[in-house]
Design a protein around this ligand. Structure first.
Ligand SMILES: [Zn+2]
Length: 283
């Protein structure tokens, strides 16, 4: 029995320990974080979210953008994880749009693209920079009910304190027949099993929960989605980052770059480091 714990999927109060006292190896901020799995539904999640979680996003690579080399490499290595197709004027909302690279690209590809970010200051600055709408706050999502043909969570769902609440709000943002696309790290994958608490995509405390294919499928069905499909996303960066954590106990840029080629080979065999689930709103 864990006191004060409430599962982010099923609200159960009992959990089992998984990884105790994991440091923030990516940014090296102080703290130790414990992941547990829910005793009822098995969702792996942070036992407690630090009260100062926002501070762990300072200089967050995904928000600050980065060098051209990093952007090119990122495009080459994880570009295939993103849903890309011509928009023909259809409307897209990307929840947790980060530095806005995806909505910018989709706008260029004919989409009426908008983003969502939790921090209103970041949202406003990004919107001004991109010339695209970036909304913030629950009310803004409610105000956009039924307005989008596609809603995406590109490696953002695992960051959410209240993932089911956001899924519900995102669902309401869709027109009937609209699509949802969620890409997340795969805690059930062999990459996660091999590297354990040094798995790059564990990323404490920024990664709060790890919904599995089965749990996401259940939640999508509950929210009135059908045509649910999943696909594995083979990504070399998980291996490269995990290698750095194994060797140096922290993120080391040179090791990360050097690990990309072996990471390509590794992820060609172990293809399940991340996955995407997509579905259509029918109700
Ligand atoms: Zn649970």
């Amino acid at each position: 029995m864990t006191t004060g714990f409430e599962c982010r999927n099923c609200s159960a109060h009992e959990s089992r320990p998984l990884y105790a006292s994991v440091p923030d190896r990516f940014h090296g901020f102080a703290g130790a974080f414990t992941y547990v799995s829910c005793a009822r539904c098995a969702l792996v999640q942070l036992e407690h979210i630090p009260a100062n979680l926002g501070e762990f996003y300072a200089d967050y690579r995904i928000h600050t953008g980065d060098s051209t080399a990093y952007r090119v490499l990122r495009r080459m290595t994880i570009g295939h994880c993103y849903l890309e197709r011509p928009g023909h004027g259809k409307a897209l909302l990307d929840i947790g749009c980060g530095n806005g690279a995806y909505i910018k690209e989709m706008a260029a590809n004919g989409w009426k693209a908008a983003g969502y970010e939790f921090d209103p200051t970041h949202a406003a600055a990004l919107s001004a920079q991109l010339g695209l709408p970036v909304i913030s706050g629950e009310q803004a999502l409610t105000d956009h009910a039924g307005q989008f043909d596609l809603v995406t969570f590109n490696f953002s769902f695992e960051h959410l304190d209240q993932p089911l609440r956001l899924l519900e709000l995102a669902t309401r943002c869709l027109r009937p027949g609209g699509e949802i696309y969620i890409a997340v790290p795969n805690i059930e994958g062999r990459e996660a099993a091999i590297f354990k608490d040094r798995w790059f995509h564990l990323d404490p405390p920024r990664h709060v929960s790890f919904f599995t294919k089965q749990l996401l499928r259940q939640q999508l069905e509950r929210n009135g989605f059908s045509e649910i499909e999943t696909r594995d996303l083979a990504v070399p960066t998980g291996f490269a980052g995990s290698l750095s954590y194994r060797l140096w106990n922290r993120f080391q840029q040179a090791t990360w770059y050097a690990g990309i080629v072996p990471g390509l080979l590794f992820s060609a065999v172990v293809r399940d480091g991340n996955f995407a689930i997509s579905a259509r709103r029918t109700a």
